[in-house]
Design a protein around this ligand. Structure first.
Ligand code: HEM
Length: 517
């Protein structure tokens, strides 16, 4: 390996060594006055500085495209479908490579092996989130689960929300999803075979699952409160994503729009929380209610960390954002793929008819419906709806695949890339649910649509139950067919932002024979 040490680097090293010598002489004299601790602190800071300039001869340098003066590799991040572009770069530079963005180094991980090494095996090294002014604004000063940095406070918040979510799910999740799936069925029957875009209906159904769990509230599609909430949260995710991937850490043109949407969001959530406090008793079985109650008792429970109302506020935002866009986008993708492969729909339908003998499925039927489960796995593989997860940050010096990764490096887990890795998946771009059947060659171990480790998706178990029940109900009751008037089937490339979405399309939901109106 060729190690290049620039003139500047050599100069900087000499300067630091000289400073160390001078400090040593001065402080030997001062030691007699009891200032040894101070001396050690300055020396260790200088040594740390020195270590940054020294080449790490035991570790190869990360591959990556040539980096240009000032802009680095910023142009690589402006592609319209970033997950596909980063995956293509992996073919040239390998499963792990770097991109430079100003003074930030990003390391892109493109195989499930390297992603697992960083996120699961070395989770404590890579559990941080990148720090930026924008993230600070969006996350209520770092008080959110998804964008908050890894520290004691964040751990206490995540633990509290996780147990409140588990408790509420145990009580009501299955019934809740069934109710929403049956309501969705009614809505689809109401379309009477006309061609419609179902994206919004999927959003309302999945959103109602989380708003009921979190806030004890269900909405109609026409509810202006729901529409405002969605448009505001979607806008925030899109603006944050675009500013992030354009490497802007500082205020930028989208910033004022972002500020406006964040203010709107906070106003809406604040209103919810104050309504809550006035009806505390009725709402104790919801996530937000139980978190608010927990605030009063926490001095006994949260290891000395005091959570505040801002943590509850931001956790509510996290749950609403995490649970709505993702699951609904996945359902839209699934129907789009099924329009391209009607025989897959027929096979799932036949399996449901044979196994369930006319009744509706339960989550416990999962093991008796292998083809339906293979369809779900294949869709999670082909279209991981959070294709680049959420960026991580190395919170200390570490390594991945033998490469040295310095503290503060930004880590992008390219889940889309890992799911299209030709070393793991045969014919990775084709839709073949059969690969997940026994002997089909697909490995669920290599699937990582929910990330992993300390930052594993908080709603993984909620999402898995939703994907299963919604898909089973929809495919039991409807055959999805493309509208005759439209020559083309849905575009399967999609639009990638933080969430990977299919472009809008219309479809006919034709009731199956056993679907009674
Ligand atoms: C198909 C559905 C879903 C997929 C594919 C998905 C995927 C992901 C991914 C990849 C991450 C980032 C993990 C990382 O940073 O490494 C994430 C984070 C998160 N998800 Fe999900 N998610 C889904 C549904 C949900 C649901 C239903 C909820 C809430 C009930 C949820 C709540 C969250 C939260 C709060 C985080 C932030 C976790 C943290 O930073 O510690 N997600 N999700």
């Amino acid at each position: 390996m060729a190690i290049e040490i620039s003139v500047v680097t050599v100069g900087a090293v000499i300067l630091v060594v000289l400073l160390l010598l001078v400090l040593s002489c001065i402080s030997d004299h001062r030691d007699t006055h009891g200032q040894g601790g101070h001396k050690q602190r300055i020396q260790s800071a200088l040594l740390h500085c020195l270590s940054r300039f020294l080449p790490r001869s035991t570790s190869p340098s990360l591959p990556g495209p040539p980096s240009f003066f000032l802009i680095g590799n910023m142009m690589e991040l402006t592609h319209d479908h970033l997950p596909i572009h980063l995956t293509n770069l992996a073919q040239r530079y390998g499963a792990i490579y770097r991109l430079k963005c100003g003074n930030t180094t990003m390391v892109i991980l493109n195989s499930s092996e390297v992603i697992r090494e960083a996120l699961v095996k070395k989770w404590s090294d890579f559990a941080g989130r990148p720090l930026s002014y924008t993230a600070d604004i969006v996350s209520g000063g770092g008080c959110s689960i998804s964008l908050g940095d890894y520290n004691k406070e964040w751990r206490a918040q995540r633990r509290a929300v996780h147990s409140a979510l588990q408790r509420c799910c145990r009580q009501s999740l299955h019934n809740l999803i069934e109710r929403q799936a049956l309501h969705l069925r009614k809505v689809l029957i109401g379309y009477q075979g006309s061609a419609v875009d179902l994206a919004e209906d999927f959003t309302v159904a999945t959103s109602n699952v989380i708003t009921t769990l979190a806030l004890g509230k269900e909405y109609n599609k026409s509810s202006s409160e729901l529409q405002q909430l969605h448009s505001c949260l979607n806008e925030i995710v899109a603006l944050w994503g675009s500013s992030w991937f354009k490497c802007s850490k500082l205020p930028n043109p989208v910033f004022s729009r972002l500020l406006k949407e964040v203010a709107k969001r906070d106003e809406m959530i604040k209103n919810h929380l104050s309504r809550y406090k006035s009806q505390a008793k009725e709402n104790k079985d919801t996530i937000t209610g139980s978190l608010l109650q927990g605030l009063d008792k926490q001095h006994n429970t949260e290891h000395g960390v005091l959570l505040t109302e801002t943590h509850v506020h931001m956790a509510t935002v996290d749950l609403l954002i995490g649970a709505t866009e993702t699951t609904a986008a996945w359902l839209s993708w699934t129907v789009a793929f099924l329009l391209h492969r009607p025989e897959v729909q027929t096979r799932v339908y036949e399996e449901l008819c044979t196994v369930l003998e006319g009744r509706y499925p339960k989550y416990s039927d999962k093991h008796r419906l292998p083809f339906l489960c293979s369809l779900i796995s294949e869709m999670l593989r082909l279209r991981p709806v959070a294709p680049l997860a959420v960026p991580h940050r190395a919170i200390r010096n570490s390594s991945v695949a033998g490469y040295f990764i310095p503290k503060d490096t930004v880590i992008i887990p390219n889940l889309f890339g890992a799911h299209h890795d030709p070393a793991v998946w045969s014919d990775p771009y084709s839709f073949r649910p059969e690969r997940f059947l026994e002997g089909g060659g697909g490995s669920t171990h290599a699937l990582i649509p929910f990330g992993g480790g300390a930052r594993l998706c908080l709603g993984e178990s909620v999402a898995k139950m939703e994907l299963f029940l919604f898909t089973a109900y929809l495919l039991r009751d409807f055959q999805f067919i493309p509208p005759e008037s439209e020559a083309s089937l849905p575009d399967l490339r999609g639009v990638a932002s933080v969430v990977l979405k299919v472009k809008p399309y219309t479809v006919i939901a034709s009731p199956r024979p056993m679907t009674n109106p």
